[in-house]
Design a binder for this molecule. Structure first.
Ligand code: XUL
Ligand code: CO
Length: 436
């Protein structure tokens, strides 16, 4: 069997003192943390698009990375080689999941029927490699944003023919995701939005997106697909304004179109910051509203205003993210997908390993820190104490619907000025730094 990463053998856990850059210092897949293994908690996935199809190009220059699996002039041979290379990479890295767009795994042909035939040639190879390796599909998705037909959107396109094309594409992508036993299916609306309001009927476009997502939920049931459906919020880029702006926008959309039972969110760290929020805010907001599903784990660069999709390296962030996720019960069907790519100058195949090893160790440390925070309980106690007034007396009456303005006026006249309490932010920050 042709090896595509011959310079790397299986990545092993060697402990924090190891100086081997091709080893894990913190991620030990079978180590138990709060009753589950690290692998079960973290459910790491490698994404196909950046890792195997991204070759370092940016708006100012072409590819910088030369890959042996990308060498053939026959696009289907490239597709096959890339699938083998991908499973070699997943296996050597030791992750349990992967994610893909339909067009990542098989190139688009001149017409839909031929494009689908190409997928039908590649999917059995993916299935065979999944079966042999035990690696599973975290989620599949559709690329309905790269081809020129989607220049004005997919489900929100002014043309019903483009809406129909996008629906046909999602139909097929859901079928292959189902065929590969995917745990989820993602909708990221790359061009579902507008460049200018001067030519845009927002009301109609949103209604069309609502109809589209209902059709997707129906089709999921029709084919018996058991995975979760996710919307992935992002405020902009490539479109100036995208409809799935942030978790709050998505929540309103799901409520309006009666989709709360069918969809959850896939929260991406860098998308959160582009929306003017923090990653933690988007996690906490979706958890608070019962729509948290999965995570695209990456980071942005605060000095750059775009979606830099860098590998996570901030242990403070991963600690608090894992604290929030663990307190919400952990992942069910979702996981941590590294939607991140190498910098343009990191041209060697081995850089893909360094990037993923660092990201995996960063979340492993986050998980272990979160475990310490939970076992210690000081932060949780401070928050509990802060809201203790709601557990009895007038607080309880308000929460249970047994108060009104007149009753509250009477209460205030009797009790006078409220007693204030410290928010204790600095103390909490000091406690968190004890774990980092
Ligand atoms: C784009 C992005 C996508 C989605 C899948 O910013 O994050 O890769 O995750 O379409
Ligand atoms: Co993403």
């Amino acid at each position: 069997m042709n090896e595509f990463f011959p310079e790397v053998t299986t990545i092993k856990y060697e402990g924090a003192d190891s100086k081997n850059p091709l080893s894990f210092k913190h991620y030990k897949a079978d180590e138990k943390v709060l009753g589950k293994t690290m692998a079960e908690h973290l459910r790491f996935a490698v994404c196909y698009w950046h890792t195997f199809k991204g070759l370092g190009d940016d708006p100012f220059g072409g590819p910088t990375m030369i890959r042996s699996y990308n060498a053939s002039s026959d696009p289907m041979k490239v597709a096959e080689d890339t699938m083998y290379a991908a499973f070699e990479f997943f296996t050597k890295l030791g992750v349990n999941f992967w994610c893909f767009h339909d067009r990542d795994i098989a190139p688009e042909a001149d017409n839909l029927a031929e494009t689908n035939r190409r997928l039908d040639k590649i999917v059995p190879i993916a299935k065979k490699l999944q079966d042999e390796s035990g690696i599973k599909l975290l989620w599949g998705t559709t690329n309905a944003f790269s081809h020129r037909r989607f220049l004005a959107g997919a489900s929100t396109n002014p043309s019903p023919s483009v809406f129909a094309y996008a629906a046909s594409q999602v139909k097929k992508a859901m079928e292959i995701t189902h065929e590969l036993g995917g745990a989820g299916y993602v909708f990221w609306g790359g061009r579902e939005g507008y460049e200018t309001l001067l030519n845009t009927d927002i009301k109609r476009e949103l209604e069309h997106m609502g109809i589209f997502m209902n059709m997707a939920a129906d089709y999921k049931k029709e084919i018996g697909f058991g995975g979760d459906l996710y919307i992935e919020p992002k405020p902009k880029e490539p479109t100036k304004h995208q409809y799935d702006f942030d978790a709050g926008n998505c929540y309103a959309f799901l409520q309006k179109y009666d989709l709360l039972d069918d969809f959850k969110l896939n929260i991406e760290a860098n998308h959160a910051t582009l929306a003017g929020h923090s990653f933690l805010h988007e996690l906490q907001y979706s958890i608070a509203n019962g729509i948290f599903g999965s995570v695209d784990a990456n980071r942005g660069d605060l000095l750059l205003g775009w979606d830099t999709d860098q590998f996570p390296t901030d242990i403070y962030d991963t600690t608090l993210a894992m604290y929030i996720i663990l307190k919400a019960g952990g992942f069910t069907k979702g996981g941590l997908n590294f939607d991140a790519h190498l910098r343009r100058q990191s041209i060697d195949p081995v850089d893909l390993f360094y990037a993923h090893i660092g990201a995996i160790d960063c979340f492993a440390r986050g998980l272990k820190n979160a475990e310490k925070m939970i076992n210690d309980g000081r932060v949780e106690q401070i928050v509990k104490d802060r809201y203790a007034g709601w557990n009895s007396g007038i607080g309880n009456e308000i929460e249970t619907g047994n108060a009104n303005f007149s009753k509250l006026e009477k209460y205030t006249l009797e009790h006078g000025e409220p007693k204030l309490q410290s928010g204790r932010q600095e103390l909490i920050e000091n406690i968190i730094n004890e774990y980092i």
